[in-house]
Write a protein that binds this ligand. Structure first.
Ligand code: B1M
Length: 210
């Protein structure tokens, strides 16, 4: 019998091979792909997220768990497509114009995917119009911006303004080491998250609001 709890446990340990093998076994045993995703992979990633928030695990453990998740998702993807499991929402994610830091952004992206969201990653050094165009094209509910430099933080305000100017019904959220809740309030962003795990909670909250 396929053991979804074992998938979650192997993912928490970052044991990519076991996660992939157990996922394949569950598929062979005709476990619904949505159960493998929700009760196995996402359940495991949620534990990592909670531990990361409490500083019980750190960036390397999260990256290793995310690598295991990606391995399993590659195996599961055709089944998910065939069974019509829809992502809970779509997030356009990027590092703002002038800023090349992408490690935190990538981590946020992995956690968002781990939370069952579709992530459109527009990369680094992304100008406001790139966020807006991607959100329009992909029908995203959330635009998520990362900045690591105090000099590039004002670009986030430009994205918020561009979203409003385009009349888009998209929620905006921001994060990155120098970014704060009070900065989010100042520029009129809809949400702020301090770390990758909280970013999932915030994105989910904003999707429900939209
Ligand atoms: Co740069 N850099 N860097 N750098 N760099 C910092 C950010 C800096 C604090 C170092 C320092 O001086 N102590 C400093 C910024 C100072 C400031 O503005 N206050 C700095 C500087 C000055 C620069 C350059 C200007 C240096 C130069 O050329 N003179 C230059 C700028 C280049 C550019 O972007 N235009 C530069 C270049 C680089 C490298 C290319 C060498 C490299 C980036 C490689 C890469 O990303 N591919 C680099 C690195 C690695 C760093 C440090 C050392 C590490 C950043 C990192 O990846 N942290 C950094 C110092 C530091 O932070 N200790 C530094 C790990 C990552 C997991 O954390 O990105 O904070 P972080 O993401 C966290 C949270 O912030 C949050 O979740 C993540 C996980 O918890 N988060 C979000 C991030 N985005 C989020 C979005 C959300 C929600 C949460 O919602 C949308």
């Amino acid at each position: 019998m396929a053991d979804l709890k074992a998938i979650a446990e192997a993912l928490i340990k970052g044991d990519r091979n076991t996660v992939v093998e157990l996922t394949k076994k569950a598929i062979e045993e005709k476990v619904p792909p949505s159960d493998i995703l929700q009760k196995g992979l996402i359940a495991g990633m949620a534990v990592i997220g909670e531990r990361f928030k409490k500083n019980e695990v750190y960036v390397p453990e999260v990256l290793i768990a995310a690598r295991a998740m990606h391995g399993a998702l590659a195996v599961l993807e055709p089944q998910l497509k065939a069974s019509g499991v829809k992502p809970a929402g779509t997030v356009v994610l990027g590092t703002v114009k002038g800023d090349l830091h992408d490690i935190g952004k990538n981590l946020v992206g992995m956690m968002l995917q781990g939370g069952g969201l579709q992530v459109i990653d527009i990369g680094t050094d992304a100008p406001a119009e790139k966020f807006v165009t991607a959100a329009k094209e992909k029908g995203a509910q959330v635009i998520a911006m990362s900045a690591l430099l105090t000099t590039t933080m004002p670009q986030m305000a430009d994205v918020v303004k561009a979203v409003k100017a385009a009349g888009l019904k998209v929620q905006t959220m921001i994060g990155g080491a120098p970014v704060t809740q009070s900065y989010a309030d100042e520029i009129g962003a809809d949400g702020y998250a301090a770390d990758a795990a909280s970013a999932v909670d915030m994105a989910m909250k904003l999707i429900k609001k939209n």
